[in-house]
Design a protein around this ligand. Structure first.
Ligand SMILES: [Zn+2]
Length: 320
């Protein structure tokens, strides 16, 4: 019994000791980038690991001016904001400030300068100099481009991009004119307003799916407006024609604005009123936008690809 008890105690002690070892092995602070650091090329390693210096004016970020964040080439940690970048004419990217805590300063082996390294992974970045008077902060982080990567600032386009959908006969011609308008970012031809999903050109032409040929226009509302584009729409097709447009006859060629907001509907109503006052019996319908099905690729930018002018649509002033 005594022997068995002793063995139990010894086993327990061993287990506790082993556990304490495991506990000690655990790093005090969890690493931010547990994955392996990026593999470096020979030239990157010469600078980043062996504290070399790239030739002045040779790096990709010397006169780089985009908005965003410069990150550590080796570990990806954000190091410098583009707001802190200035032109020192030194030939190396220069920053008058680092992201707080991102850069560590250590005395250089030369006994004179102050080296800067990535605080997260120790990658050599360059040197820091103070008192040169370049900016108010009086500091220049002189960094090798090769030690850096860059993440451009994400621009939120949702506030400046708007979509409008116009149907005015053969979509080739409508796209041709709208695509050339100022402020238009993209145009797509497709089908909208019908019953079936993913209709083909064939379906829309012959099977009474209820779809019409339409053009989806994405535009920058700082450079143009729905009103300007809608006016253009009314001038590049004849809004008085019913279920046809020029030589193209059929419900799929009727004139419709598929509005994407109440504001667009109001503007369209206002323009139709104006045209009616001028004597045009406008047949254009206003319908809330539903799913827009992109047409087959051979229909996209048809006239551009063929290098032709549309047979079906030409601009006629109607608001003068
Ligand atoms: Zn790093």
């Amino acid at each position: 019994m005594k022997k068995a008890a002793l063995i139990t105690i010894m086993l327990l002690a061993a287990a506790v000791f082993a556990m304490s070892l495991v506990a000690k092995e655990k790093p005090a602070k969890e690493m931010k980038y547990p994955q392996k650091y990026s593999e470096l090329t020979e030239e990157e390693a010469r600078v980043i690991v062996h504290k070399g210096t790239e030739a002045p004016f040779s790096g990709r970020f010397v006169s780089h001016k985009q908005d965003g964040t410069y990150t550590c080439k080796q570990c990806g940690e954000p190091l410098f904001s583009s707001d802190a970048k200035f032109d020192s004419k030194s030939g190396w990217p220069s920053f008058d400030d680092a992201i707080p805590g991102a850069v560590k300063e250590i005395p250089d082996a030369d006994g004179v300068r102050t080296e800067i390294v990535c605080a997260n992974c120790g990658a050599h970045l360059g040197h820091v100099f103070v008192g040169e008077g370049f900016t108010d902060k009086n500091t220049r982080h002189c960094v090798n481009s090769i030690s850096l990567d860059f993440e451009p600032k994400e621009v939120d386009d949702s506030a400046t991009q708007e979509t409008a959908i116009f149907a005015g006969g053969c979509f080739w011609g409508v796209q041709y004119h709208l695509d050339k308008a100022k402020g238009v970012l993209s145009t797509t031809v497709g089908y909208i307003g019908g019953k079936t999903k993913q209709p083909s050109y064939e379906d829309v032409s012959h099977h009474n799916t209820g779809h019409v040929e339409a053009v989806k226009v994405v535009f920058d509302n700082r450079k143009t407006s729905f009103e300007k584009l809608a006016k253009l729409f009314f001038e590049i097709h004849d809004p008085t024609q019913v279920n046809r447009q020029g030589p193209d006859v059929g419900e799929q060629y009727k004139s419709v604005i598929f509005y994407t907001s109440d504001k667009q509907k109001e503007v369209a109503e206002k323009l139709i009123k104006k045209l009616k006052k001028k004597g045009f019996s406008v047949a254009t319908e206003l319908i809330p936008a539903s799913t827009f099905w992109k047409a087959e690729s051979y229909h996209q930018n048809y006239y551009e690809k063929k290098n032709q002018e549309p047979y079906c649509h030409a601009k006629v002033d109607r608001f003068q």
